[in-house]
Ligand binder design. Structure first.
Ligand code: PEP
Ligand code: MN
Length: 338
């Protein structure tokens, strides 16, 4: 519920109303604006019915939040959330380009990749240490050793890093080694993991589950924000449909849909969405045109030898060309690389 107070409402009124909301078991939010003080009440709004807040002398209006997600909704916060990633920002109007290998394989591989990302002017370095693989017999990632390589390369090359965390028990070690925590598609509704990254105080990249509706994605983001972490970036990475020509079907309409209903930044992952490297460039451009706040792309010094997702990975030269050719399009959209 959103409660708008009359101009000039005093601090003690704000406190009194927040106390009354909290006593009913809802979370009170104080959202001071330039002209009006706005309060939020997050939880079961029916419990506030008999307080008759609309007839309180200092209350101008009371409005229910109609969407099932509250904290992440535009109804509650009309301005865009900006998520800081190292010294860069996602969601501030620029276009973020996160790139790197699907899996961290060695220092040499990640170092060469990171230098290419930096040279191209990319925003951040991705790389998986804990890999969620469909088959238990497939390469499962280099784990903690991969994390150490990531933190070393990220510092040496001067790019902030993002890596996936699969297990709530690994959140602390991943926080020690990376700037941003990725929740993968397979874990979008792992609610314990969402709560754990919500408590971690690090930005989170939340990927859409492969069969998840957008409302479910936003409710998953709500778990993280409700646990105390407002720094969530949503990621559309393709969904399962009847089409098998591409690995998944990129739901580009998700971008404006999410941006209209939520204040959180939205990235697109054209690599997992298509599974085919020759479709990555066109989908990066489409993502920019659709209003995405950036992309996350898989690249590798030698995709033919990649231990995972080689078919969708760009080589380093192709990636450099992609970023170069993207710049005029971004300029036409009034953006630049973050
Ligand atoms: C990944 O980013 O390497 C990955 C496994 O992505 P997703 O969770 O979207 O499949
Ligand atoms: Mn991958």
């Amino acid at each position: 519920m959103i409660i708008v107070l009359k101009p000039g409402s005093k601090e003690d009124v704000v406190r009194e109303l927040c106390d009354r909301i909290a006593k009913r078991g809802l979370e009170p939010l104080h959202l001071p604006g330039s002209e009006r003080v706005v309060l939020g009440a997050i939880g079961d709004e029916r419990l506030l019915a008999d307080l008759q807040l609309e007839s309180h002398p200092d209350v101008e209006s009371v409005k229910p939040i109609l969407s099932p997600y509250k904290l992440v909704s535009r109804e509650l916060q009309s301005h865009d959330t900006v998520v800081r990633l190292g010294e860069r920002a996602i969601g501030a109007g620029a276009f973020a380009i996160l790139a790197g290998p699907c899996a961290i394989e060695s220092h040499e591989q990640l170092d060469a990749t990171a230098r290419a990302v930096r040279e191209a002017g990319g925003t951040g370095l991705r790389g998986g240490a804990f890999k969620p693989r469909t088959s238990p017999y497939a390469f499962q990632g280099t784990g903690r050793e991969g994390l150490s390589i990531l933190s070393r390369v990220s510092k040496e090359v001067g790019l902030p890093s993002v890596t996936e965390v699969l297990d709530p028990r690994d959140v602390d070690v991943v926080v020690d080694h990376a700037d941003m925590l990725q929740i993968g598609a397979r874990n979008m509704q792992n609610f314990e993991l969402l709560r754990a990254v919500g408590r971690a105080g690090r930005p989170v990249l939340l990927k859409r589950g492969m069969s998840a509706r957008l409302e479910e994605l936003l409710l998953a983001a709500e778990y993280i924000v409700a646990a105390g972490n407002p720094n969530v970036v949503l990621c559309e990475r393709g969904i399962r449909t009847f089409e098998t020509a591409t690995r998944n079907t990129l739901d580009l309409a998700a971008v404006p849909y999410l941006k209209q209903r939520s204040h959180l930044p939205v990235l697109v992952d054209p690599s997992h969405a298509t599974g085919l490297r020759e479709l990555v460039g066109p989908m990066v451009r489409a993502a920019a045109a659709a209003g995405a706040d950036g992309v996350i792309v898989e690249i590798h010094p030698d995709p033919s030898r990649a231990l995972s997702d080689g078919r969708q990975s760009l080589d380093l030269q192709t990636f450099a060309r992609l970023v170069r050719d993207l710049r005029p399009l971004l300029a036409a959209l009034g953006k630049e690389v973050a």
